[in-house]
Each structure stands twice: as structure tokens, then as C-alpha cells.
Ligand binder design. Structure first.
Ligand code: MOS
Length: 782
């Protein structure tokens, strides 16, 4: 079936759908979210609300050491507690106790060795949650403590304690572009700087929760707050040693995830499933906040070393990069996170000579993994700070240096890729600086700061490019099923999960637009491994781009069927018909039409197939690992953020007073949910810049609850102006690209650059908390 041609043809005017004049009905409109009522009325069933009849409850038993051998586990004390049903350990795992994305070195239950305080040694299963928790303290574990290491530099030393058998450098990535020696030879100025970033907690409002039940077919059914149900299924299947089709995982609505409910939920789902099979009763796990923070992975702390060379006129000629990422106890998605950092290490700047080495290093800290931005917030903070400082040294403006070096159409990236799409970085810079009155604000604050002693004001900008979707780090595909019922209602599903960003709404809008139907005809199914099609993980800001393309394909097949059937009734060619407002209408005479319901009635009567499957595979990418060169992603988004701040130089307190966030998203499918992404992204980025840090004391988390782990609240938020630049992308559904992660990835450097502009001193370490701003060095308890 070839529908590729049909989809480019517009309803009546033959306007290409990538054109800004395309007469959209549903897409590109601020349609209300399909899950809004359920959420605001409290009717939505979250994982903790969900319960199987006759369920048991579970409590984890955590490691008491950051690094130790397990000599003996004595569960007898716990078993004696009334109401305890069983206690699970690694011995109870019927299949593989190990799991992981690339290297399977993470444990469902720690067996011989613990590598961080969040390792789970055992799990008590009891009649109530309280009994389980009480009894979990009676599990006695004998350890032989090992030397531990908590810092990447120490961990890289030859004689450092080995966390895994193969040594502590888990992996490395590199870029070799041009000739770094030659590049620095041409430089008039060379700057060398080191930046540090912190551990950050996702702090999804809903802590981890999952329920599992054995079914009578020898499989399990699992409901949980799980970001990636297909990766969870893989782990459960290998842990139980049963085939994938015997594991059914249903995603309950996520109360936040931000990349965080992957590996940890794989482990929880497996533990609950093992319990369910062993006891022949359902098992439910609901974490407390302290457990969530203790066990879950964090955003990687980085040590970033940059050496940059430029000509007097500001032209960048060479960049040398060394990055050390703290991987913590287990690898998880670290190779992929740091690969993105590698590709984007030079920011959106065309530098002819780049040499980068990026190392992932094991420590006995909490392991690190995917978190909104996925490797870009760290390098964006560093490169955007560096570019600002370089501009200052060269006495040119931060804007000018970015205009001079920033990517334009046809630029060659750090990985040697020629940008063959519309490169909108300059447009983003232009729109953002105009919207905030960048130049006049800069002058105004300079004057203000001359007079004002205590309060200083500043403005700062940051920009970025970001590869859309998984890129050369993974296979990129997505599927969707669209099934028209006999009454004309539509069931739509995709393996793309609703992470809270509005994916179900946006994907429904795409189907509604293609079919010319209203949103309330469509019901979007819960993501379920048994009824929806594996569409890869819902990560990497790929939901709209990948899922949208799959949905669009399915809807276009449906549209072809409808037009074919209608063409027979209306006695005209299908090419002469279009779908709009629940009707099939003639392009030549709008008085000639038939209602969609009538067409569907006909289809039902004549047994016409009304279930459609859309499958989308992303355009080719390629990667040369040795040189770190290749087409890393098939397309990119561009953005510019500008922050204004007021700094109290007596207390170090920073108030962000205004924020403009500009992003080229290709096309907004829903401008309102897109704005939501920006508001949330700015809040998260602001926390990263000023407040957030998981304090790790010899591997033990000090601030393990919301009283001490501070995130931004409404009180901290400035006025935010979201601005969308729309250059529809050939690969995107209706031209749409990505926004979820771009929205947060350059917030921190914009704020940091604004602070530096205000106080006249650079900041090299996140977060810029009171101590950092006041004294420029850390006063933390170590
Ligand atoms: Mo995301 S941080 O790519 O789950």
C-alpha cells in the first residue's frame, strides 16, 4: 500500500503539510489533554492506588555498606515475625539475577557483593506493609567490608579498589576531528578551565510502586509506575526464565519519571514477580521517599576539563575535552548518556579541531543513569560558561561570539556531520534576544551595578543543539495500532508511553488530523506489553517524533481505506476526496460529501479491514567509534535561553527575575502542552543551577527526603516566556521534532552566565548555591 503520496496532499488546497500555511484542524492547536480530567479529579489510578486482591506487601533490606562481600544472610528472625510469608534473596531468582542495558552487571538481589548503599540484599514479603518493614530489620546479613572509592580520580588509580572485575573505567568515548596541535598553533588565545557538576535526583512526586500477580498460564501480570515497560519486561522474563510473551506489564499513569523509572523499576518489577510466583499470591511494593532516593539512580556528576583556542576576532580554532563521569556502582545507561555528552561536547559551535576523551568511571556511589537531558546539561553548563568567559577575555559580546561560531546551514559538526536541514540556531538567538531586549538590558544592568552596592543584576544566555531521538546509539523505530470500531469510534495505541508530557494527547491529535475526526472519537490505550507494540523506550525526546510518525502511518492507511470506500459511493476517484469534520468531501465540489459514519457502516457491512498498523523506522545514522565521527543523529533541534537575575551579594541569594526560552521544535503539535514542557523544563533547570545536589557522604546519601533535598517551587520561578521557532523537519510528523529535554538542558548555563554577568566572577561548579555565589568555593561538609 503506497500512501506516501497521499499524505503530502492537503484537503482542498493541495498545500504541503510541512508548509506553515497548512490548514490544520486539530494539530497545531491547544487541544485539552486527554488525561486532564482523570488527573485533576483524582480518579486516575496510580500504581500505589492499584491493588490485586489478596496481595502481599514487600519491604527491601538494604546494604549496610558501600562496598562489601556478603558472607551470610540469616532470614530466620524475620520469618518468625507473625504475618511474614517469606523472605526473598538472590537464591530465589529462578533465572538470571543480573540485568543491564549493555553490560548485565546490575543485581536484582545483591548476591555475593554489595557495591552501594542502595543495593537490595533481601526482600521481606508479609501480610501488611508495616509487618514487612518491621521484619526487614530482623534480617541479619554478615558482611566483610571492602575498601571503597567515592571519587572518579581516586577510582581511576591503579591500586584503587576494584568495583567490578574488569577495573573501574567502565567505558570511554572519543572525538578526533581535525588536528588539535595545528588548531592550537593558530590560536591567539587559549583558555583552560575545569567544571564540576553534582549528583541530581529526579524527584518524581510519585515514588516507585509496582504490583505483580502470577497468572494461570505460567506467566505474570505486572502493573507499575514504569517508564519503559519493554525493558522491564525483558528483565522480568530473564529473571523468571520465562518467555517475553508470558510477561504482561501494564504502565500505570506516571507521577513523573524524567528518565528515572527505568532500571530501578526493572528490578522492582522482577522482585515483585518473583515474590508472586514463589508465594502464589500477588505482591505489591510501594517505596517511601527515603527508599526511593537511596536506591534510585541519579544524574551523573561530571568533571569536565576544557582547553579552547580562538583567534583574536573570536573565531574558535581548537577544543580539547576531557570528561570524567561518575557512573557509580552499576553501568545502567551510562554509556549512552555519556555518548550524547561526547557528540555535543563542543556545543553548537563549528570548531575545526576537536579532540575529546570521555570516561565513565565506577565508584561506590549511587549509580547514575538517564535523567532529562541525558548527558547534555553537564556539558552545556561547561561549554556555555567557557564561551562566555572567552568572549569576555576577547572583549566581544557573548552574543557576537555565538553568532560568529554557531552552527548555520551546512555547518560541519564536532562529529563531522554536515547539517543538511534548516539550522535555526541564529533564528533562536535572534528571537530570544529581541524578546528580552538583550542589549538594552545589558547596558541598563551595567549602569545599575555601578551604583548598587549590595544587589547586582545580570543577564545571561546559553544556546544548544541537540540530536533528536536515540541516534547512532540505538535502533530507532516505533509502532502504532489504530483500530476503527463498528460504531466509528477509534482505539489507538502505541508503545510510546505517557511520561506525563502529553504524549497520548499529541499522538491522538495526529491521528485525528489525518482522519478529519474529533478528539473525542479516539481512546488512547494504556501502554501494555501484551497489547501495544514495542516502540523502543520512551526516552530521548522521541515520543512525538517517533511515535507520531508511527501513528501518522497507521492513520494514513485508515484514511486510504476510507477514501477508497467513499470513492465508490461518491463515484469519483479517491484522489479527488479529502477528510474533514467527520466527512469525506469532494475537492472539486464541497457540496458532494458523505459522512464518515456512513462510510464506516459500509465498511462494516462489506467486511473491510478496519484495523491498521503503522511502523516507522528512522532515517539511517552511522558512527565510527575509533574517531568519534559520523552522522550521529538524523536531525537536530536548536534553542536559546536567556535569564535575568538579581544577586544579593551579602547573602549569595540569587533570584531569577525573568526567563525567555526559545526552541525550534520543528512544529508544535500542541502549543499548550509544548508550553508545559518549557515551564517544567525551566523549573528543573533552575533547580539544577541553584539548589539541587544529592549530598553523598562516603557513598551514603545525607539529604534523602524533601525537607533537605531542595527543588524549585512556584516561589522560585520567574516569569517565563516560551517562544517556538518552527522549521518543520522532513523526518517529523507534520514537521515536529523534539522538546522534552531541550526545554531543560540550557536553563542552568543561562542562569549561571547571568550570575557571572551580575557579580563579575565566574562559577565553575554547580549548584550555584549561597556559598558558591558568596565565596566562590565550596563550604560543604565532606
Ligand atoms: Mo530520557 S533522560 O532519555 O529517559
Amino acid at each position: 500500500m503506497n500512501n506516501e503520496k497521499v499524505n503530502k496532499v492537503n484537503k482542498s488546497t493541495e498545500v504541503d503539510e510541512l508548509s506553515n500555511d497548512y490548514p490544520f484542524s486539530i494539530v497545531h492547536k491547544p487541544i485539552g489533554r486527554v488525561d486532564a480530567v482523570g488527573k485533576v479529579t483524582g480518579k486516575m489510578i496510580y500504581a500505589a492506588d492499584f491493588q490485586f486482591d489478596n496481595t502481599t506487601f514487600a519491604s527491601p533490606v538494604y546494604s549496610q555498606y558501600s562496598h562489601a562481600l556478603i558472607k551470610n544472610i540469616d532470614v530466620s528472625g524475620a520469618l518468625k515475625v507473625k504475618g511474614v510469608i517469606t523472605v526473598l534473596t538472590a537464591k530465589d531468582v529462578p533465572g538470571s539475577n543480573l540485568f543491564g542495558t549493555e553490560i548485565k552487571n546490575q543485581q536484582i538481589f545483591a548476591r555475593d557483593k554489595v557495591r552501594y548503599y542502595g543495593d537490595v540484599v533481601a526482600m521481606v514479603i508479609a501480610e501488611t506493609e508495616n509487618i514487612a518493614r518491621e521484619a526487614s530489620e530482623k534480617v541479619k546479613v554478615k558482611y566483610e567490608p571492602l575498601d571503597a572509592v567515592f571519587n572518579v580520580r581516586e577510582a581511576m588509580k591503579k591500586d584503587a579498589p576494584k568495583i567490578h572485575d574488569d577495573g573501574n573505567v567502565a567505558f570511554e568515548h572519543r572525538v578526533r576531528k581535525g588536528d588539535i596541535q595545528e588548531g592550537f598553533g593558530e590560536a591567539d588565545i587559549v583558555l583552560e578551565r575545569e567544571y564540576k557538576t553534582q549528583f541530581v535526583e529526579h524527584l518524581y512526586i510519585e515514588p516507585e510502586s509496582v504490583s505483580a500477580k502470577a497468572d494461570w498460564k505460567g506467566g505474570v501480570e505486572i502493573y507499575g509506575s514504569i517508564q519503559n515497560i519493554f525493558s522491564a519486561r525483558k528483565t522480568v522474563s530473564s529473571a523468571l526464565n520465562i518467555s517475553l510473551n508470558k510477561v504482561r506489564i501494564v504502565q500505570t499513569p506516571l507521577g513523573g519519571s524524567f528518565g528515572g523509572k527505568d532500571e530501578i523499576m526493572q528490578a522492582l518489577a522482577a522482585r515483585a514477580a518473583i515474590a508472586a510466583i514463589k508465594t502464589n499470591r500477588p505482591c505489591k511494593i510501594v517505596y517511601r521517599r527515603e527508599e526511593s532516593i537511596r536506591e534510585s539512580y541519579k544524574r551523573h556528576p561530571y568533571i569536565i576539563k576544557y582547553k579552547i583556542g580562538a583567534k583574536k576576532n573570536g573565531k574558535l580554532v581548537a577544543l580539547k575535552v576531557e570528561i570524567f563521569a561518575d557512573v557509580g556502582a552499576y553501568e545502567a545507561t551510562s554509556p549512552f548518556v555519556t555518548w550524547r555528552s561526547t557528540v555535543q561536547c563542543a556545543g553548537p559551535y563549528e570548531i575545526p579541531n576537536v579532540h575529546a576523551d570521555v570516561y565513565g568511571v565506577y565508584t561506590n556511589n549511587t549509580y547514575t543513569g538517564a535523567m532529562r537531558g541525558f548527558g547534555s546539561p553537564q556539558v552545556n553548563f561547561a561549554i556555555e560558561s567557557l564561551i562566555d568567559e572567552l568572549a569576555e577575555k576577547l572583549n566581544i559580546s557573548p552574543l557576537e561570539i555565538r553568532i560568529k561560531n554557531g552552527y548555520k546551514d551546512g555547518s560541519i559538526t564536532t562529529t563531522g556531520q554536515v547539517l543538511d536541514h534548516k539550522v535555526s540556531l541564529m533564528e533562536c538567538l535572534d528571537k530570544a534576544t529581541r524578546a528580552i531586549n538583550y542589549h538594552s538590558k545589558k547596558r541598563e544592568y551595567m549602569k545599575f551595578n555601578k551604583k548598587s552596592k549590595v544587589i547586582k543584576k545580570g543577564i545571561g544566555l546559553a544556546c544548544s543543539y541537540r540530536g533528536c531521538s536515540l541516534g547512532a546509539e540505538g535502533k530507532d523505530y516505533a509502532g502504532a495500532i489504530l483500530s476503527i470500531q463498528s460504531d466509528g469510534s477509534v482505539i489507538l495505541s502505541s508503545g510510546i508511553a505517557e511520561n506525563g508530557s502529553g504524549a497520548q494527547t499529541v499522538l491522538s491529535q495526529i491521528a485525528a488530523e489525518v482522519l478529519g475526526i474529533s478528539m473525542n472519537r479516539i481512546r488512547f490505550l494504556e501502554t501494555d506489553t501484551s497489547t501495544t507494540v514495542d516502540s523502543g523506550p520512551t526516552v530521548a525526546s522521541r515520543g512525538t517524533l517517533m511515535g507520531g510518525n508511527a501513528v501518522k502511518k497507521a492513520a494514513e492507511y485508515a484514511k486510504n481505506t476510507i477514501l477508497n470506500v467513499a470513492s465508490k459511493i461518491l463515484e469519483t476517484s479517491p484522489d479527488n476526496l479529502y477528510l474533514k469534520d467527520e466527512k469525506v468531501i469532494s475537492k472539486t465540489d464541497s457540496q458532494i460529501f458523505i459522512t464518515l459514519d456512513n462510510v464506516i457502516e459500509k465498511c462494516v457491512k462489506h467486511n473491510v479491514q478496519l484495523c491498521f498498523f503503522g511502523w516507522y523506522t528512522a532515517p539511517e545514522v552511522d558512527w565510527d567509534k575509533e574517531r568519534g565521527q559520523g552522522k550521529a543523529y538524523f536531525t537536530y533541534v536548536y534553542g536559546c535561553n536567556i535569564a535575568e537575575v538579581e544577586v544579593d551579594t551579602e547573602t549569595g541569594k540569587v533570584k531569577v527575575t525573568n526567563f525567555v526560552s526559545t526552541h525550534d521544535v520543528g512544529r508544535t503539535i500542541n502549543p499548550q502542552t509544548a508550553q508545559g514542557q518549557i515551564y517544567g523544563g525551566v523549573a528543573m533547570g533552575l533547580g539544577y543551577a541553584l539548589l539541587e545536589e544529592v549530598e553523598m557522604n562516603n557513598g551514603k546519601i545525607v539529604n534523602d527526603n524533601l525537607d533537605e533535598y531542595l527543588i524549585a517551587t512556584a516561589m522560585d520561578m520567574p516569569e517565563i516566556t516560551p517562544i517556538f521557532v518552527e522549521n518543520p523537519d522532513i523526518a517529523g510528523p507534520f514537521g515536529a521534532k523534539s522538546l522534552g529535554e531541550p526545554a531543560t538542558e540550557i536553563v542552568a548555563p543561562a542562569i549561571i552566565n547571568a550570575i557571572c554577568n551580575a557579580i563579575g566572577r565566574r562559577i565553575y561548579e554547580l549548584p550555584a548555591n549561597l556559598e558558591e555565589v558568596l565565596l566562590g568555593k565550596k563550604l560543604r561538609k565532606k
